[in-house]
Design a protein around this ligand. Structure first.
Ligand SMILES: [Fe+2]
Length: 169
């Protein structure tokens, strides 16, 4: 099926651009959440995973002879930089960032579910395997966020109280 191979290549490229965007977004968040150590630690480890995921996708594209065709990525990266900067003075950037992360993880989960099916349809078992590895890491991150967002919210609200009290004095 030559057609499904073409789609696979295109979607792998899209996923690579997505991971580059994730990398920029996560680094941007890290620089602004020093007061949330658990969240910071999880984001730092997912940032490392994200870099690995981008490399796995590069491996997949190399295997298909398409490793050097990733020029489009640059655009995605610029957009992500703009997004990561836009929340700087919002005050609740940790909550905005958490919202964005949770949403982004689910987009990644959908992307890898699609890629695994497309890789299998193209008879590319090794590519399917690498995408499954990425999928599991995204699912773990989404699950962590789901379980920890209430606590991050409470931390934020407590801090917001302290900040407004000290402002009144
Ligand atoms: Fe992710």
């Amino acid at each position: 099926m030559p057609e499904s191979r073409e789609w696979l290549i295109q979607w792998l490229r899209d996923a690579h651009a997505m991971e580059e965007q994730a990398e920029t977004m996560l680094s941007g968040q890290l620089s602004r959440i020093e007061s949330y150590p658990e969240l910071g630690e999880r984001i730092r480890s997912h940032l490392e995973e994200t870099k690995e995921q981008a490399m796995r996708l590069k491996t997949c594209l190399d295997a298909l002879g398409e490793g050097s065709s990733m020029l489009k990525d640059a655009l995605g990266k610029l957009t992500a930089t703009a997004q990561s900067l836009s929340g700087v003075f919002a005050g609740d950037e940790v909550m905005k960032g958490s919202l964005a992360s949770y949403t982004f993880e689910h987009m990644e989960i959908a992307s890898y579910s699609i890629l695994i099916a497309a890789a299998n349809a193209a008879g590319e078992a090794e590519i399917a395997r690498l995408c499954e590895q990425n999928l599991r890491e995204e699912e773990a991150m989404a699950e962590w966020l789901k379980n920890n967002l209430p606590q991050v919210t409470m931390q934020f609200l407590t801090r917001a109280d302290v900040d407004s009290d000290s402002a009144k004095r």
